[in-house]
Design a binder for this molecule. Structure first.
Ligand SMILES: Nc1ncnc2c1ncn2[C@@H]1O[C@H](COP(=O)(O)OP(=O)(O)OP(=O)(O)O)[C@@H](O)[C@H]1O
Ligand SMILES: [Mg+2]
Length: 359
């Protein structure tokens, strides 16, 4: 009985934990470790620690130190990279469990999770400051813009070919400003999310299909859905915007025909999140959008969710800011990691339970 309970505790731990034998081979791995190492229990067991973290990882040094001191050793803010993925900042705890058989407990706590949570709230605040400007901007710009567009159309009617081209250019640029105003105005939409049961796979199908028919025609999509996934509590139109924006960014980061976008859904029961002053949200539904494009420029990675942050000559920098706002208003979380040839956005969303879920 006790063994079963401890097993549940072990697998319920929100952080990757491994038990190692004297030779630093894995003899136990919890569910979070399987996820962290992107491998099944079978693939992890009996493998040497170096297989996952490399010979020169600080983890190896920390384990060696704990063995030498026959005690526990902690290291904070260590960059840990597994299986060629981008390094994640982690706190590491190593505990020398038993001098007789030399077993060691290793716990890796990705510092990124806590950081990303606080960041995602900061992004929400940034999005709110855009909101304050949005109404005023939309109102002040729309009327003169309509005047400019109308005047350009009148000019084009009687103009020479060369002038007609210029008038059309005015019209096109005015349209671009109009689109920008529309996007900024989205931030002004303060209505609470009308939650309803949403089949997230339908949303993802719609987003990927329309992308494939338009701006993402050069990209191969790989859809890896967990068919048993329950329904999400959300607003389908807003969620569609989230994934349209993520897919659009991915396809813009992919230059050639070898480009691939993977959309993967899975269930992760361990993920809970409480924003200050809000109820605890269980966020078991995980949707990942992964591309093999050029990656997020390192100088931008900390700020990508902030409004007006863009590396593109014609980008508004509002895409991810809107994505972050929608995800946060669903009580969800978004995080990203990016390295050479692999950029991953992970959206975590709440599950639909019953009508009471409507906020
Ligand atoms: N999948 C990705 N791969 C590489 N870089 C990305 C990716 N997603 C986002 N970025 C980077 O983050 C920046 C901000 O993205 P965001 O969607 O907010 O704005 P944008 O795409 O530049 O403009 P807009 O969305 O208005 O067209 C991008 O300019 C790009 O540099
Ligand atoms: Mg974008």
């Amino acid at each position: 009985m006790i063994a079963t309970d401890l097993n549940a505790v072990w697998n319920g731990l929100p952080f990757p934990a491994l038990v190692l034998d004297r030779k630093r081979h894995v003899i136990e791995a919890n569910s979070a470790a399987e996820q962290f190492l992107s491998a099944s229990e079978k693939q992890i067991m009996k493998r040497g620690l170096t297989h996952f973290f490399g010979r020169n990882s600080i983890i190896m040094g920390t384990v060696a130190q704990a063995v030498a001191d026959t005690s526990s050793v902690s290291q904070y803010g260590v960059d840990v990279s597994t299986g060629g993925q981008a390094a994640v900042s982690c706190n590491i705890y190593v505990n020398f469990l038993s001098p007789e058989d030399g077993t060691i407990l290793l716990i890796v706590q990705p510092a990124g999770v806590a950081l990303k949570m606080s960041q995602s709230l900061t992004h929400l605040a940034a999005a709110r400051s855009v909101t304050a400007m949005a109404g005023m901007l939309a109102h002040e710009i729309r009327n003169p813009l309509a005047g400019i567009t109308g005047a350009a159309q009148l000019l084009a009617m009687n103009a020479s070919d060369a002038d007609k081209e210029l008038a059309e250019m005015i019209g096109m640029e005015a349209k671009r400003i109009g689109n920008l105003v529309d996007r900024v105005e989205h931030f002004g939409d303060q209505r609470p999310v009308e939650r309803q049961p949403v089949n997230i796979h339908d949303v993802l199908d719609r987003a990927s299909r329309s992308a494939k028919a338009g701006f993402a025609s050069h990209v191969t999509f790989s859809l890896e859905y967990d068919p048993s996934l329950p329904e999400v509590a959300g607003d389908p139109d807003q969620l569609l915007q989230v994934f349209q924006n993520l897919i659009k960014n991915s396809s813009e980061a992919i230059a050639d025909s070898r480009g691939q976008i993977r959309i993967r859904t899975s269930y992760n029961s361990g993920m809970k999140f409480a924003a200050t002053g809000h109820r605890i949200e269980n966020l078991p539904i995980q949707v990942e959008v992964i591309d093999n494009g050029k990656g997020i420029p390192e100088s931008l990675i900390a700020d990508v969710f902030d409004p007006f942050v863009s590396s593109k000559s014609n980008g508004t920098g509002l895409g991810l800011s809107l994505v972050s706002k929608i995800v946060a208003s669903h009580g969800g979380l978004i995080e990203c990691s990016s390295g050479e040839g692999k950029t991953r956005f992970c959206v975590r969303l709440p599950i639909w339970r019953n009508k009471k879920d409507t906020v």
